[in-house]
Design a protein around this ligand. Structure first.
Ligand code: GTP
Ligand code: MG
Length: 138
């Protein structure tokens, strides 16, 4: 089975949507094998999103991710990376399929409620960014 890194972003934690979002993951067959609530500094958010450093929205994205606590989690399941991105829906909630997390909960393309790793290599890096081996239960 595969693992992926998920973040419930500040717009969603602020509105108490963690449970509803987790229900979507579990209904899709994704198991939450690690989870914690943390408040990123802007520098940490910048490090996590370093691949987007040259994009015009980078500063806004880092400010947002550090604005309030997030819930970081590891999801496990068959094809977890692709499955999670399916459940999340398109980056822009206006383009997200009905029933997806972003269609139901996201407020805008920037404040779009969830992050999910996009490939096996990034999933591995992103999980290691937030979790130690001791925190990852089989
Ligand atoms: P993540 O799972 O968060 O990585 O989303 P994604 O893979 O669907 O999108 P992408 O990696 O292209 O962008 C990363 C994040 O940057 C998005 O989830 C948004 O929060 C933010 N973002 C992307 N495009 C825009 C934009 O045009 N404006 C703003 N403000 N934020 C954006
Ligand atoms: Mg991405």
């Amino acid at each position: 089975t595969e693992r992926t890194l998920s973040i419930i972003k500040p717009d969603a934690t602020r509105r108490n949507l963690t449970g509803k979002i987790n229900a979507k993951f579990e209904d899709a067959g994704l198991r939450i094998v690690a989870q914690k609530r943390i408040h990123l500094t802007k520098a940490q958010a910048g490090q996590f999103y370093a691949v987007h450093a040259e994009r015009p929205f980078y500063d806004e994205l880092c400010e947002f991710m550090a604005s309030e606590p997030v819930v970081v989690q590891v999801l496990e399941g068959e094809g977890a990376i692709a499955k999670n991105r399916e459940v999340m829906g398109a980056t822009n909630p206006a383009e997200a399929d009905a029933g997806t997390i972003r269609a139901e909960f996201a407020e805008s393309v920037g404040e779009n409620s969830v992050h999910g790793s996009d490939a096996p290599e990034t999933a591995k890096e992103e999980i290691a960014f937030f979790f130690s081996g001791l925190e990852l239960v089989g």
